[in-house]
Design a protein around this ligand. Structure first.
Ligand SMILES: [Zn+2]
Length: 368
């Protein structure tokens, strides 16, 4: 049986982007509440592990020292720091008090996950507060302050490990792609809604890495309304053979829940069944597995998808009816979507054709 750890701290929701921002701390709070209500950490092969703060040196594996200092000072209310220079401002990336601690804890949680997996204590560790894939070395972007996937992958690469990064968030994993664009030790694979329609506007098929890294960066841009069947097919046709060929020592996955059909910011149409099918494929392929959260802005969907994902990781099947303890505080209903997303036949045909053409192009380029 797979040994799994869930990395957690109540500090994850101590401070946040503010009440009108989509990155609500409740997404994390409810996920933890739902898993606890299912008794998910009581199984013999499952454990709850506390997160810790990332050190400055660890943040420096990807970020500049200047940026780390700026985030600390902004977080403490130092008005002399030019926030705009580091990507902060009203809108997507507001400065908030306690930002350094909360966001540094998210990166530390991903490092805890990496330490647990690399030391062989567990086969998979899930830091659900991680996956902040847009941040740059000296810049906040797309709700992300510290790029924990890039920090963790750098940490793994330093130890000589070959890494595949799989990013299924609805948004392109641009910050992580850029970090390893010229590396043949790290393969980055991102499936996302096409940058023609969605932030950050990148992640096209032609972005394939450079220098030594050419051919080690893979993008699968998908049309709006991509639903379970073509999504899962694209994953099977492209990601599975690439991973078999690269044969990584460890897999880092970003499991953004904004692919769900109810997400208010994106236009992909996955159901819980499609999401689980993808997580199961990652589970089957990953020798050792560091799983991170990511986006996801439908408050009712995120806890359900990440609970299902942790179920795959720890080989637990949770009852479909949401537990009474959870229902009493949050909402009742079922863990899995009851009604599949519906497009009419014509729309389905259009989506299928578009996905097919992307997959065919990728197969030719990467000779799959
Ligand atoms: Zn996203």
């Amino acid at each position: 049986m797979r040994k799994a750890a869930f990395v957690h701290s109540p500090g994850y929701w101590q401070a946040g982007h503010g009440p009108n921002h989509p990155m609500k701390p409740e997404r994390l709070q409810r996920t933890y509440a739902l898993l606890s209500a299912y008794d998910a950490f009581a199984a013999e092969n499952s454990r709850l592990v506390p997160a810790r703060m990332a050190t400055e040196e660890e943040l420096g594996l990807f970020h500049t020292r200047e940026y780390v200092d700026a985030v600390r000072r902004l977080s403490a209310g130092d008005a002399r720091v030019p926030a705009w220079r580091y990507g902060f401002g009203a809108g997507d990336n507001p400065v908030f008090p306690g930002m350094y601690e909360t966001e540094g804890l998210k990166t530390g949680g991903s490092l805890v996950a990496a330490e647990l997996v690399v030391s062989g204590q567990v086969d998979v560790a899930f830091n659900y507060a991680g996956g902040m894939h847009h941040a740059g070395p000296a810049r906040a972007s797309g709700f992300c302050v510290f790029n924990d996937p890039a920090v963790v992958i750098s940490w793994l690469a330093q130890r000589g490990l070959r890494v595949v990064y799989i990013d299924i968030d609805a948004h392109h994993g641009d910050g992580v792609q850029d970090a390893f664009y010229d590396s043949d030790q790290v393969m980055t694979i991102s499936l996302h809604e096409s940058g023609r329609y969605l932030f950050p506007g990148s992640g096209f098929v032609r972005e394939r890495g450079e220098g030594k890294g050419e051919g080690f960066c893979v993008n699968v841009p998908l049309p709006p309304y991509t639903f379970d069947e073509p999504y899962v097919w694209a994953f099977r046709e492209v990601v599975v053979p690439l991973m078999r060929r690269f044969a990584p020592d460890v897999v880092v996955s970003q499991l953004g829940a904004d692919v769900h059909r109810s997400d208010p910011l994106t236009h992909l149409m996955l159901s819980s069944a499609g999401y689980v099918a993808v997580v199961e494929m990652i589970a089957a392929l990953a020798p050792r597995w560091i799983a991170l959260g990511g986006g996801g802005y439908a408050i009712a969907a995120v806890p359900r998808l990440w609970t299902l994902a942790y179920g795959v990781m720890s080989e637990q099947v949770f009852p479909d009816e949401l537990p009474a303890a959870y229902a009493a505080t949050y909402e009742s209903g079922t863990l899995r979507d009851q009604i599949p997303p519906s497009l009419d036949e014509q729309e389905e045909r259009v989506v299928r054709r578009q996905v097919e053409s992307v997959v065919l192009e990728l197969k030719e380029i990467f000779q799959l």
